[in-house]
Ligand binder design. Structure first.
Ligand SMILES: Nc1ncnc2c1ncn2[C@@H]1O[C@H](COP(=O)(O)OP(=O)(O)OP(=O)(O)O)[C@@H](O)[C@H]1O
Ligand SMILES: [Mg+2]
Length: 323
């Protein structure tokens, strides 16, 4: 069944967001849009969604997008841990998971897949409030289990992103953190273009040359879209053995090199810690389970830097010369 899953089956969770009812068929219909009237109607709908998304997002003071060009480098870990760290500093925080194909934020913040989001009679949807007070909205809350595959074409994903931006009742928030899927493709473009006044991007990399070269694409993306960069984080930077020795498993100093080269802030280096993966897999909040771990301490330091950069308007648009 996969993408044909019907949300109506899940009455107890009281879910309703149009797309999730009929994703496969809807994808086809948008490809085969026939008459000019259909196209005009569709464009009107897009404009309406966009204007609602704009006014909804304007209620949130600081809007941060977490990005990398490469998969599996820890964007979702950074988004979830940073949301917890920023919330622990007295800010109200929401997290929007824009990764429809591998949503994971909800689990990293202790909420099981399929938990649901409450739909209101006016068509809006409430985010889930986690045990640490961070609000989340994610497709992972709406699908029944992790192995459900959503097979959506680009226009449907763009529309679903605009719906999430438009119809989730975040209420007034200090921060929203948006977790992107890997790459500089459709979803990244839609998010950055649909959110008014993005405070900046946070780039995540691991210390490998391959990851370095793809992060450059994310920097070029920010430059082209005139979006500021808050800084760059190196995840899985090193492993500290139980007797204290530090091992650089993938490489060393890659994010710092990039930061120097492009004149963007280096926000910090997060160590490899097997307990991170364990917590993520078990649906526990690492930041809460191990608040004194080296990684949690680093996340708090990074959160302080992010707050300083964002709240004092220090994020800058990278300039890339096209030679
Ligand atoms: N510092 C770390 N130490 C140990 N495990 C980590 C660390 N960072 C991330 N992981 C683990 O690596 C895996 C990938 O992390 P994560 O899902 O955050 O990456 P991602 O960039 O969001 O991936 P995707 O591109 O698929 O969205 C997860 O299992 C996570 O638990
Ligand atoms: Mg992810």
């Amino acid at each position: 069944m996969g993408d044909e899953y019907s949300m109506a089956d899940d009455e107890k969770r009281n879910l309703r967001m149009g797309h999730y009812k009929k994703s496969g068929r809807e994808g086809e219909s948008s490809q085969g849009m026939g008459s000019y009237r259909d196209v005009a109607e569709r464009m009107k709908e897009v404009a309406r969604q966009q204007s609602m998304a704009t006014s909804n997002m304007m209620k949130i003071r600081y809007k941060i997008v977490i990005m990398s060009s490469k998969g599996g480098v820890g964007k979702s870990l950074v988004t979830s841990s940073l949301s917890a760290a920023i919330a622990s500093m007295g800010r109200s925080v929401g997290v929007l998971d824009a990764d429809f194909h591998g949503p994971s934020i909800h689990k990293m913040l202790g909420v099981p897949t399929g938990y649901g989001m409450l739909a209101r009679i006016d068509g809006t949807v409430d985010p889930v409030v986690t045990s640490i007070g961070v609000k989340i909205a994610s497709i992972g809350l709406l699908i029944p289990k992790d192995d459900v595959a959503l097979i959506w074409r680009g226009p449907i994903k763009a529309s679903a992103i605009r719906e999430l931006l438009a119809y989730v009742n975040w209420g007034p928030l200090d921060y929203i953190l948006v977790d992107l899927p890997p790459g500089t493709g459709d979803e990244s473009l839609t998010i950055v273009q649909s959110i008014p006044r993005v405070s900046g991007l946070i780039l995540v990399t691991i210390p490998s040359e391959v990851s370095k070269s793809v992060v450059k694409k994310a920097i070029a993306f920010a430059s082209k879209l005139k979006t500021p960069i808050i800084g760059i984080i190196e995840n899985m930077s090193y492993y500290r053995c139980p007797h204290g020795e530090v091992i650089h498993i993938f490489g060393k100093g890659v994010a710092e090199d990039l930061a120097r080269e492009y004149n963007i802030p280096f926000l910090g280096a997060i160590p490899l810690d097997p307990r991170i993966r364990e917590c993520n897999d078990e649906g526990k909040i690492f930041f809460l389970e191990y608040p004194d771990s080296e990684a949690a301490v680093v996340f708090r330091e990074i959160a302080k830097r992010v707050i300083d950069i964002v709240e004092n308007g220090k994020a800058v648009i990278p300039e890339i010369r096209e030679d």
